[in-house]
Ligand binder design. Structure first.
Ligand code: CAA
Length: 258
């Protein structure tokens, strides 16, 4: 499917979704967000996709929600349309793993989009920030909640209150990103990670995602019980039999998502 604001390529079980509004540093307008929701839904339903990468350009992953589009809206406009709710749900509802490959600016909604993915690989030039305070608003796609869980209250307050940016090294130190790579290697590294994930059972990667995400939603005791029951349930799958047999027979497993 052709999109106005995205370029989507599917190859070797990996869907690469590139945000493509270069003139606006990939600012997230309603077209881009609804196309992204569609593209994620399509990738989730596509048996030839086992992992998704969302990326931007070298200069910007995304410089935030589109300020031009929002500037004249009223409270009633925002509230009645529940602005960002459907799009933000679409990302979170995606069951296949999503890697954010971030270079340059990931600000406001851009930082929030990256954080809504399952993990972030950043280039050395990545800059993360929640500068909504400078616009007289707060974050609107989960920034105050996710950043606080990822980097702790002190850094989150610092970033939300001062609007300062965090560079890639600080983001890695703080646990916001999983790895930092040179700009020229960003997509190669993201593709390598996605290829590793795509080798696994798609059924099991979805289970991992559900279990890790559960840790943000529940108590430790309930989360551990959820994990243990998932672990038990996976013994009903062919992929568990295949994975363990392959180990014992010293060969590569052939997973079939069953
Ligand atoms: N919305 C709309 N347009 C944007 C944009 C945004 N968030 N960010 C950049 N652009 C546009 C600029 O208006 C400019 O367009 P024109 O050439 O038509 O003027 C173009 O992208 C290039 O931007 P700059 O000239 O500003 O580029 P720069 O290199 O000098 O600065 C920057 C880069 C520091 C990222 C700067 O563009 C900037 O501060 N952008 C806004 C960042 C921001 O405040 N993000 C939060 C948005 S609100 C939000 O996201 C709410 C939420 O949580 C959901």
């Amino acid at each position: 499917m052709a999109y106005e604001t995205l370029i989507v390529e599917i190859e070797d079980y990996v869907a690469l979704i590139r945000l493509n509004r270069p003139d606006a540093l990939n600012a997230l307008n309603s077209t881009l967000l609804s196309e992204l929701s569609e593209a994620l839904k399509a990738a989730d339903a596509d048996n030839s996709v086992r992992c998704i990468i969302i990326t931007g350009s070298e200069k910007a992953f995304a410089a935030g929600a589109d300020i031009k589009e929002m500037s004249e809206k009223s409270f009633v406009d925002m509230f009645m349309s529940d602005f960002f709710a459907a799009e933000s749900d679409a990302i979170v509802r995606t069951r296949k793993p999503i890697i954010a490959a971030v270079s340059g600016y990931a600000l406001g909604g851009g930082c929030e989009l990256a954080m809504a993915c399952d993990f972030i690989i950043a280039s050395e030039t990545a800059k993360f920030g929640q500068p909504e305070i400078n616009l007289g608003v707060v974050a609107g796609i989960g920034g105050t909640q996710r950043l606080t869980r990822f980097v702790g209250k002190s850094k989150s307050m610092d970033m939300h209150l001062t609007g300062r940016f965090m560079d890639a090294a600080e983001a890695e130190r703080s646990g916001l990103v999983s790895r930092v790579v040179p700009v020229k290697d960003l997509l190669t590294e993201a593709r390598k990670a996605a290829a590793k994930i795509a080798e696994k059972s798609g059924l099991t990667t979805m289970a991992v995602k559900e279990a890790v995400n559960r840790s943000y939603e529940t108590t430790l005791r309930e989360g551990i019980l959820f994990e243990r029951r998932l672990f038990h349930a996976l013994f009903a799958t062919e992929d568990q039999k295949e994975g363990m047999a392959a180990f014992l027979e010293k060969r590569q497993p052939q997973f079939r998502d069953r």
